[in-house]
Design a protein. Structure first.
Length: 318
């Protein structure tokens, strides 16, 4: 088969062009330290890297949600701890003033001021907020959940936040649950606790004890010298304290679940980062080696091309 000069020139040109393209690609990898600089470099690998990046963005949002929930839960736990201390102090005062032998009208009237201060502290704790959102108002986060008289103005809404794909966590404790031993549902409008069947109906026979009402009852009993009323507050303060401890335990469980999910996402991010690096990052040593080889190939192509090109008439005239 006869090889024409044009086909010879075309083969030489194509070979040199391919070598230059490979050198350009290696130089680009060397400068960016990435072996995937455009989708055509590896369509399948590029698709996987984009999927991993999307996963990373989602995980970052989940982590942000988790930090918000953690901040809410920590501050709520602080509020419940303050309420527990207030109730414990009120019980201590009630014990001291519960008998005629250890108290009289003057001492009881002297304690009234401290109980009033405890009540104001409880209201302030109930109205604690993070940023512009009140902690214990349920869904009503923009208005104070407790008025100066100790009446709850919020609802029993529980705010859910997604901390992982398909995993939701309740980030708040409504005041209706925090302030009452047997919370009243704002949806059904009755006091009580869920019955044993778990149907969601409330047991209306359960007596509810409200922290603000009980502090007020204690204060009134002190003012009127009602020793029976003072002694009656002791058990009710115990009920309130036990409920606060139980609620704090619930918060602790949520915090534990939050931390476990956070650690799982961190491990997932590390795994994704390793996989993305394997797909996307260039091996610098290998790139430098390949670049040196390709330069040698390019120079060899030029040398071979010089021999393959036939001398021209001008070359004979030299």
């Amino acid at each position: 088969m006869r090889v024409t000069e044009n086909s010879n020139y075309e083969a030489i040109r194509n070979g040199i062009q391919r070598s230059k393209e490979r050198m350009e690609s290696l130089q680009h990898q060397s400068s960016t330290l990435k072996k995937l600089n455009q989708p055509s470099d590896d369509p399948v690998g590029t698709s996987k890297v984009l999927e991993l990046r999307t996963d990373k963005v989602n995980n970052d949002q989940f982590q942000m949600n988790a930090r918000t929930a953690e901040n809410f839960l920590n501050n709520t736990d602080t509020v419940l701890s303050e309420l527990s201390e207030i109730v414990s102090r009120a019980k201590e005062l009630a014990i001291n003033q519960s008998s005629a032998a250890s108290s009289n009208d003057d001492t009881r009237l002297g304690v009234v001021e401290e109980v009033s201060q405890l009540f104001r502290q409880a209201v302030a704790a109930g109205n604690r907020r993070v940023g512009e959102r009140y902690l214990l108002g349920g869904y009503k986060t923009q208005t104070p959940p407790v008025d100066p008289e100790g009446r709850y103005q919020g609802d029993d809404g529980q705010m859910m936040v997604e901390i992982a794909e398909g995993v939701f966590l309740t980030m708040n404790i409504p005041g209706s649950e925090a302030f009452n031993t047997h919370p009243r549902s704002t949806h059904f409008g009755n006091y009580g606790i869920p019955n044993a069947s778990g149907s969601g109906d409330f047991d209306e026979t359960a007596e509810n004890v409200n922290v603000f009402d009980e502090l007020q009852n204690f204060r009134i009993s002190l003012i009127t010298g009602d020793l029976e009323g003072i002694r009656a507050t002791l058990d009710r303060f115990d009920e309130i304290h036990n409920k606060l401890v139980t609620t704090r335990a619930k918060l602790g469980s949520r915090m534990q679940g939050l931390q476990s999910t956070h650690q799982a996402i961190e491990r997932h991010n590390i795994t994704n980062a390793s996989l993305s690096s394997a797909l996307e990052d260039a091996d610098v040593a290998q790139v430098v080696t390949d670049l040196g080889k390709e330069e040698t190939v390019f120079r060899s192509s030029l040398a071979v091309a010089k021999k393959l090109i036939q001398p021209t008439l001008l070359d004979f005239l030299k």
